[in-house]
Design a protein. Sequence first.
Length: 285
Amino acid sequence: MTSDQRPIGVFDSGIGGLSVLQALQTELPHERFVYLADNAHAPYGEKTDLYVRQRTHAITEHLLAQHQLKALVVACNTATAAAIHELRTRHPQLPLVGVEPALKPAVALSQTGHIGVMATRGTVASDKFARLLDSVRGQAQFTVQACNGLALAIEQSTLPGLAEAAEQRITELLKQYTAAMGAFGKGLGQMDTLVLGCTHYVFVEKPLKALLGSDVQLVSTGEAVARQTRRLLEAAGLLRSDPAPLSAIQRLSLFTTGDLHGLEAAAQRWLDLPQGACHKAPAHV
Ligand code: DGL
């Protein structure tokens, strides 16, 4: 335990990582967080691997230089798949946590042994995901769906003027992708477990549940990532021990490379955050 006041950096291509930030705040109420939403360059899932790696490094360098991080959480499956290995090599001293689709927890939860996975095209096409799938081979059947357009529609659902059309698009895409995957339910051979392999998708849990019914369990990674972050900080002696929890505004600073109003709306909707917590990132990021 320590009184180390340095913040933990968290980033995503956009607002999806706020779902991870929610869990981090609950698990680590004494810690400060700096969140960067790279909205101007979202969605990562439909960009090249090289592009996502370049964005990941630019953001990491910026956060380290500006905010003296004590740890970094890559709250994006696509960026983790593309760049976590390189990040670890470049920053061997930095406690680093990534996210990956929760296939192993899903195997433990599924009764039917058939699991659906929704993720971005970048994640699904990555070597890292292929290795993850390999590691659970034979333990269950997996139906994997790349969901082009879904993260973008979720991004747009917080933007003034675009929200209504984006909500409609989300409904259409969820119907289209879940129908393409096959039958969901508790019956023989049906998918009773759906892994949300993109941090954005946590924010469409409600319409997904309405579509698939209560027999299907949705699995996300925010809580496991938060627990892993705590373990890393503990092991490095960096966990902050001050008894009084910080107020939301002391604890959280959010930055965007894109539209400030969109981030403010998302932070208010999902984290109940006051507007003063959100800022524009410097133009060079
Ligand atoms: N939220 C991200 C993920 O977990 C990326 C979504 C995107 O930008 O395509 O993969």
